[in-house]
Design a binder for this molecule. Structure first.
Ligand code: CP
Ligand code: NVA
Length: 301
């Protein structure tokens, strides 16, 4: 039976625990000579731009002995009206797995239902689960644990925030979101995560209250891909939710700062913080590679 990875909640706590351990081993070079993808081909379909996701998947597949094929819809018959389900059925005859970055999450669900190979979400409007896995690797690497930590997310309650909510619920760390009214994370994801969480998942308005005594502070762009039409309004409303040194002063002295990148310096995060001693953003970007290799090992048989 094929396994998809469309959201963090598609994995069990045990599976995430094993994946984090394996990502650490791969990063340390243990078992990196193994090539479980020899003879296998992984498709990478991008409906939106990407630097980290594209390169970490291409390099990861190569390092595991496989072949990656990067595509965009305009090069495929998708661009001329072939349906997603027909495309999914066809590509399942050639590929051993596919990662898709798309707009609507329902596109991924529809594709996964028709495909007979594992489908990995490389970002949708609702989730960015591969990012969350790399974030868990990064926090564990820097803090030695996840359980019992407090992570503050400051800014737009977007796809990255939604995936971190699921991660917090499964891995038992407190997650406090500070956002203006109307910028809350997805209500269903929040409700489900809270229902099963042993940790606290809280939405509030004051960034200082969220960042207070946090072990990690996280932010992402105020205008996600596909939201460019709302850019002026979003930037105006989110103006008070910047990660700067004044905000960090509320957190613990050894707080780490995360950002999935790309950053809009001077908007959601200042240069001073991004380039400062608390920032782990480039280790976090590197960890996309290790986390996704561990994920591919788990899903691609
Ligand atoms: N964080 C992330 O997904 O980056 P890209 O958009 O560059 O892939
Ligand atoms: N929330 C951002 C993440 C980019 C990696 C977006 O969807 O554009």
């Amino acid at each position: 039976m094929k396994r998809d990875f469309l959201a963090v909640s598609d994995l069990t706590p045990d599976e995430i625990g094993r994946l984090l351990q394996r990502a650490g081993e791969l990063k340390a070079g243990r078992g990196s000579g193994q090539c479980p993808l020899i003879g296998k081909s992984i498709g990478l379909l991008f409906e939106k731009p990407s630097t980290r996701t594209r390169l970490s998947f291409e390099v990861g597949v190569y390092q595991m002995g496989g072949n990656s094929i990067t595509m965009n819809p305009s090069e495929l018959q998708l661009g001329r009206g072939e349906t997603m389900p027909d495309t999914a059925r066809t590509i399942s005859r050639y590929l051993d797995g596919i990662m898709i970055r798309t707009f609507s999450h329902s596109t991924l669900v529809q594709f996964a239902a028709a495909a007979s190979i594992p489908v990995i979400n490389g970002l949708s409007d609702l989730h960015h689960p591969c990012q969350a896995l790399a974030d868990l690797v990064t926090i564990t690497e820097k803090k030695g644990k996840l359980k019992g930590l407090k992570v503050a997310f400051v800014g737009d309650g977007n796809n990255v925030c939604n995936s971190l909510i699921e991660a917090a619920s499964i891995m038992e760390f407190d997650f406090v979101i500070a956002c203006p009214e109307g910028f809350e994370p997805d209500a269903d994801i929040l409700e489900k995560a809270r229902a099963s969480a042993k940790s606290e998942i809280v939405v509030l308005r004051d960034p200082k209250e969220a960042a207070g005594m946090a072990d990690a502070v996280y932010t992402d762009v105020w205008v996600s891909m596909g939201q460019e039409g709302q850019a002026d309004e979003k930037k105006k409303r989110l103006g008070d939710y910047q990660i700067n040194s004044r905000l960090l002063a509320c957190s613990k002295k050894d707080v780490i700062v995360l950002h999935c990148l790309p950053a809009h310096r001077g908007e959601e995060i200042t240069d001073e913080v991004m380039d400062g001693p608390h920032s782990v953003v480039f280790d976090q970007a590197e960890n996309r590679l290790h986390a996704q290799k561990a994920l591919l090992e788990m899903l691609i048989r």
